[in-house]
Design a protein around this ligand. Structure first.
Ligand code: PGA
Length: 248
């Protein structure tokens, strides 16, 4: 059985006090949700305050980024050990915004995944094709390349794969459940090539304009094990409804 994994990716949103206000409201309304792993990824500046608020609750903390070196002269960067020290359980790696705006390559992403796992962090590893790739029939080639390169020389444990078609992120244009299921089944197949029968245990979550309106139909897909939620995670009401998705 794969426990559903629902994560909020706040991106560059919310101050420390806004984070505190959100969690004060959110924690009590989801406290009885035992069947779903709930994860919050606020900006770096809010990690400490979030860690304090969620202590002893059913919510886990994730960072949106990490650097792969242990320590040293890397101005502006944060190491995996620092994130563990802040109370993070997970880190998001390979998000398309990092690939696009910060020029992160598959090789950098692989280093980040390996360094994170070495320090005991779980990894939410994002993959996904652009609209151009999809329209030219390259979706599976892209997914295959990102998975093979990103997961090179990594053990199977503690990895959640997030399928995030770039054309669906922040656009309001969600993948249809059939499109999501097709991509997720393909990803699971690729993972089985890398990790054998462990592929059945892998959680593969969907990201890209997930909302209270579409979460139930996405979660009804047999290979969709959760969601990575951007815009709709910024409001307590909408994120709560997503966390409390209804099983079809
Ligand atoms: P979105 O973002 O839900 O706003 O589309 C998802 C993501 O980028 O993780």
């Amino acid at each position: 059985m794969r426990k559903p994994f629902i994560a909020a990716n706040w991106k560059m949103n919310k101050t420390v006090s806004e984070t505190g206000e959100f969690l004060k409201e959110f924690i009590p309304v989801v406290k009885d949700v035992a069947a779903v792993e709930i994860v919050m990824a606020p900006p770096f500046t809010s990690l400490m305050t979030a860690a304090k608020s969620i202590k002893g609750t059913n919510i886990r903390l994730a960072s949106q980024n990490v650097f792969y070196e242990e320590k040293g002269a890397f101005t502006g960067e944060i190491s995996p050990a620092m994130l563990v020290d802040c109370g993070c359980t997970y880190v998001i790696v390979g998000h398309s915004e990092r690939r696009q705006y910060f020029k992160e390559t598959d090789e950098i992403i692989n280093k980040k995944i390996r360094a994170s796992k070495k320090n005991g962090l779980g990894v939410v590893f994002c993959v996904g094709e652009s609209l151009e790739d999809r329209e030219s029939g390259k979706t599976f080639d892209i997914l295959n390349r990102e998975i093979e390169n990103g997961l090179k020389d990594t053990a199977a444990d503690n990895i959640v794969v997030a399928y995030e078609p770039i054309w669906a992120i922040g656009t309001g244009r969600t993948a249809a459940p059939e499109q999501a299921q097709e991509a997720h089944a393909y990803i699971r197949d690729r993972i089985s090539v890398l990790y054998g029968n462990k592929a059945d245990e892998f959680r593969i979550i969907y990201g890209g304009s997930v909302t209270p309106e579409n979460v139930d139909s996405l979660m009804a897909c047999s290979d969709v094990d959760g969601a990575l939620v951007g815009g709709a995670s910024l409001k307590v009401e909408s994120f709560t409804r997503i966390v409390k998705f209804k099983k079809g």
